[in-house]
Design a binder for this molecule. Structure first.
Ligand SMILES: [Zn+2]
Length: 496
């Protein structure tokens, strides 16, 4: 009985959170301009209610009673434990701290928008400084071992540590950096065909077909347009993706659509009976990203996939693609080139963008790097890792929204996601040697079934590392990503 009561209580709080998520989705999609202020008030009221409900003595009592119940199943015990962990973490924050942080974030986000518009970091700097001060306090509030940045990493990726990430990025530096250099010295692939006029409506329909093909269930979700593509979920039966369409760059819509589709399949695959509880939620940002990247890159940028889908692309764009073969399309989709902007980067150089941000964040929280030193440091690193001169601050240090939101420790999860994706995909191929053949036939159902069984249905039952070992027999191993990269790009660029 006690467990049922706890679960119902947690699910009521989830109702409040998902109602807030619906408002947040509306903010990014259909909300009229003048609605912003009241909408922000509604959102903050709901998050206040949710925080109050969750950190109440009532929650504490229900957790205690559930823990004393010896008749719980293993799943119920695990769920109770995970709820208790969340509770203990939330209780560490005083209301005063939460309010200060929320105010600092709003101010800092506004300043960042202004600073980016004017390409002037000094507008953002004092707000960033204040925010970092608060984040340092947060590290102390949460507590940590070995490194303060571990506390922040843990907010996004439980059990992630600086020690593990240092090792991972050392591998990136040792293996990926020279490999990319070799690619850049080879003759380049052509992707000019992406940059013609591609009608908006036709792109939209094409994107919907791609989502349907992956197994996105439109009875349990929908797609809309937003300026930054994202996925959000209000339950496994209502998962929203957004996309962005550029009529002069066909590539943008395709892979953002497949990427968000990958996130959405994870959300639609979470167990509905665990709605709102930890066992009904995604493990971590890194695992979430592994799902989006697996579909986007391992599947959606593969030759078998385009051998199948080039016909569909030509159905919508016969003129633009009349001289483009599946192989051309595939090669164009995998062009490797250093670029300024992280979100436009290819599958390989992407990780240099992340590595730079990781090094910066780590040093900020070690007290080694001061806010006013950031723009120069940034530019030096872009020169070092990407051989790129940063022309201005808007396209340099100010390009990402994350820091203005107080999201430190978030960037590394993007790389973790790609590396997990490579490892999972290698395992899926090992267990099903006809996987690529199936993809070429337009059949990704067995891959989705595999992901559902191995990952989606478990919610948060396992940590990312436990799950990885359970599925592949070892913890995250960068060698899988490198093997994938060497095989794929070695062939595309004809490297010896
Ligand atoms: Zn993503």
């Amino acid at each position: 009985m006690s467990y049922t009561e706890l679960k119902q209580h947690i699910q009521r709080i989830a109702d409040v959170n998902y109602a807030a998520a619906t408002l947040a989705w509306d903010q990014e999609t259909y909300m009229p301009q003048e609605a912003a202020e009241f909408k922000a008030g509604q959102l903050s009221t709901l998050s206040g209610i949710s925080h109050e409900l969750f950190t109440s003595s009532h929650t504490q009592r229900l957790i205690q009673q559930a823990k004393e119940n010896k008749a719980l199943s293993q799943e119920e015990q695990k769920n109770t434990l995970l709820i208790e962990e969340d509770f203990a973490r939330q209780k560490k924050y005083s209301t005063e701290f939460v309010e200060n942080m929320s105010k600092a974030i709003s101010a800092s986000f506004n300043a960042w928008q202004q600073a980016r518009k004017e390409s002037d970091f000094t507008i953002f700097a004092p707000y960033l400084e204040k925010l970092i001060e608060l984040k340092k306090q947060e590290c102390d509030i949460l507590g940590y071992e070995a490194h303060p940045y571990n506390a922040l990493l843990n907010l996004h990726e439980k059990k992630a540590t600086v020690a593990d990430l240092d090792e991972l990025f050392a591998d990136v530096r040792k293996e990926l950096v020279p490999f990319v250099k070799k690619i850049q010295e080879a003759p380049q692939v052509n992707n000019h065909f992406f940059h013609q006029h591609f009608d908006k409506d036709a792109q939209w329909k094409f994107g919907i077909e791609l989502l349907q093909q992956m197994g996105f269930d439109f009875n349990k979700g929908r797609q809309d347009v937003s300026s930054h593509p994202f996925t959000t979920s209000f339950s496994p039966n209502d998962v929203r993706v957004t996309t962005r369409i550029n009529e002069n760059d066909f590539a943008e819509m395709i892979w953002s659509c497949i990427h968000e589709g990958g996130h959405a399949l994870y959300e639609q695959g979470l167990p509905a009976k665990q709605y709102g509880t930890p066992l009904g939620e995604a493990i971590s940002l890194g695992i979430h990203e592994s799902q989006s990247r697996l579909w986007e890159n391992n599947v959606g940028r593969s030759l078998p996939y385009w051998k199948r889908h080039i016909t569909l692309a030509k159905k919508y764009f016969p003129e633009q693609l009349k001289n483009t073969s599946a192989l051309d399309f595939y090669k164009g989709a995998n062009q490797v080139a250093s670029s300024l902007i992280r979100t436009n980067a290819d599958e390989l150089t992407y990780h240099f963008h992340v590595m730079i941000r990781y090094e910066i964040e780590k040093q900020i929280f070690e007290g080694k790097l001061k806010v006013n030193e950031l723009p120069d440091y940034w530019n030096t690193k872009y020169k070092e890792y990407l051989s790129i001169e940063v022309p201005n601050q808007a396209q340099g240090i100010l390009q990402d929204v994350h820091w203005s939101h107080g999201s430190f420790g978030y960037f590394p999860t993007y790389s973790l996601g790609s590396f997990y994706a490579a490892q999972f995909f290698a395992q899926a191929q090992k267990e099903n040697p006809s996987l690529l053949q199936e993809i070429e036939e337009g059949n990704t159902a067995s891959l989705l079934k595999w992901l559902r069984e191995k990952i989606h249905q478990h919610g948060k039952y396992y940590t990312a590392q436990e799950l990885c070992i359970k599925i592949t027999g070892e913890k995250l191993n960068f060698a899988h990503f490198m093997a994938y990269a060497r095989k794929k790009f070695g062939t595309i660029y004809d490297l010896k």
